[in-house]
Write a protein that binds this ligand. Structure first.
Ligand code: FES
Length: 89
């Protein structure tokens, strides 16, 4: 079980927040008006893949989609402290 903490998410150069009640980075971004790509929202498809430029994340469950080193899935991860992320679209 991962622990959700309040933190900053810098997404494509814009600094946003992640609150402990948010289930994922994708959810936090959408709540603040961002529109990152997604499809399944469950870690299967890889459509929400993004580059983690700084920081670390935890996964709510082990994703099935392939993720390379330095990439994360926005739909099933939460920040482990402040993170810097760039979308791949
Ligand atoms: S939206 Fe499908 S893996 Fe994230």
């Amino acid at each position: 079980m991962c622990k959700t903490i309040a933190s900053n998410i810098t997404f494509n150069g814009k600094t946003l927040s992640h609150s402990p009640d948010s289930p994922s980075i994708l959810h936090s971004l959408e709540r603040q008006g961002e529109t990152p790509a997604y499809q399944c929202r469950e870690g299967f498809c890889g459509a929400c893949r993004a580059t983690l430029k700084q920081g670390a994340v935890q996964y709510s469950h082990e994703p099935l989609a392939f993720v390379r080193d330095g990439e994360i899935l926005l739909c099933c991860s939460i920040p482990d402290g402040d993170v810097v992320i760039a979308s791949d679209d």
